[in-house]
Design a protein around this ligand. Structure first.
Ligand SMILES: NC(=O)c1ccc[n+]([C@@H]2O[C@H](COP(=O)([O-])OP(=O)(O)OC[C@H]3O[C@@H](n4cnc5c(N)ncnc54)[C@H](OP(=O)(O)O)[C@@H]3O)[C@@H](O)[C@H]2O)c1
Length: 312
């Protein structure tokens, strides 16, 4: 059995990776996140320990204790606007935290799989290939690029996965774009959605499956992994409204500049995912298929947890 350590396992991606890996008998999984308790109580064959990746002594102690062969780092501060204003915090978690993991991995010869973002690009001429030159606009993007560079110069085996606009259903996670749309449109509320940001929305379950393949095939290097369709956020919202039979007229297209967000966003983003699909033997969902999976998961999750009259 391969020993796998997952950090940030209470997050959206961390939960999906945990669920998927724990279904296979090939892995012994140790889950860690910053909270005392796991948000995934019903998954078999994994153990949970609290771990703050910004504490070098805690990271060293835990890794020395369990000797993982693979460390999957999903821990991060992902709020882009918060990173812009709370720069020390962003650097401590997104860069120093990764430095701690690299330091500990080096001691025992472990491999790291790490996640980065399309926000390392300036969004002037996406969709981007792995070989395109990064030029982050935001502080979040700069922290993620710095974390990539730490791994590149670390000398340890590693895989960097850049992804974007994750959506999916998991326990107690922060609202992602699709969940925010469902919650608002489901209550008949109007939403303003940018029409000038182009991206590949990514079903988080597909990304977790790609990570499983990275481990199975023992792939190193850099991969762009995102959904198959390049769309504006507005187009995605309209597709979601169709899928859930919400009123499309509640979605108001706006320009990004109106929002006056602290962190600038890449406008014409997107990834070319050919390398990942070919080398990992995966097929990433497009918007239609991804939203079908998302809707079914949401129906299951909410009809189990909530009141019987619940209709999104
Ligand atoms: N979500 C996206 O659209 C997106 C797009 C591109 C790239 N990514 C990258 O993909 C990865 C996973 O993202 P995600 O959406 O799953 O994020 P997420 O849901 O915010 O999960 C991150 C998890 O890390 C935890 N964490 C924060 N600080 C920590 C620390 N010091 N030690 C240990 N755990 C800590 C968070 O806990 P708290 O919630 O309590 O802070 C959270 O549970 C990240 O590297 C992110 O940058 C995400």
């Amino acid at each position: 059995m391969k020993r796998v350590l997952i950090t940030g396992s209470n997050g959206l991606l961390g939960q999906k990776i945990t669920e998927l890996f724990s279904r296979s008998k090939k892995y012994e999984i140790l889950n860690t996140s910053v909270e005392d308790k796991p948000f995934l109580p019903n998954v078999d064959n994994f153990h949970y320990r609290q771990l703050d990746i910004t504490s070098r002594s805690s990271v060293l102690k835990l890794i020395d204790d369990i000797l993982p062969e693979v460390i999957i780092n999903t821990a991060a501060v992902t709020n882009v606007d918060l990173c812009e204003t709370e720069r020390a915090l962003a650097w401590r978690i997104n860069v120093k935290g990764v430095e701690n993991l690299v330091y500990a991995a080096k001691m025992i010869g472990a491999k790291i799989i790490h996640f980065s973002t399309d926000y390392v690009f300036d969004g002037k001429n996406g969709p981007y290939h792995e070989s395109d030159r990064p030029n982050p606009l935001s502080y979040y993007g700069r922290t993620k690029l710095a974390s990539e560079n730490l791994l590149l110069t670390s000398g340890i085996p590693h895989t960097i996965v850049r992804t974007m606009v994750l959506y999916g259903v998991a326990n107690q996670v922060k609202n992602n774009f699709a969940l925010w749309l469902v919650d608002n449109l489901g209550e008949g509320k109007q939403v303003r959605v940018v029409g000038d940001q182009i991206c590949n929305p990514t079903l988080v379950d597909d990304l977790a499956y790609a990570v499983l393949k990275i481990v199975e095939f023992n792939r190193d290097g850099l991969y762009h992994i995102a959904g198959n369709d390049l769309v504006s956020r507005y187009d995605f919202a309209v597709e979601l409204a169709k899928k859930f039979k919400f009123d499309k007229k509640l979605i108001i297209p706006i320009k990004t500049s109106i929002l006056k967000q602290p962190a600038p966003r890449p406008m014409k983003s997107g990834f070319i995912i050919l390398k990942a699909e070919t080398e990992l033997s995966i097929k990433m969902s497009g918007v239609e298929q991804g939203l079908t999976v998302f809707r079914n998961q949401l129906i299951n999750a909410r009809s189990v947890d909530d009141d019987p009259d619940f209709m999104f």
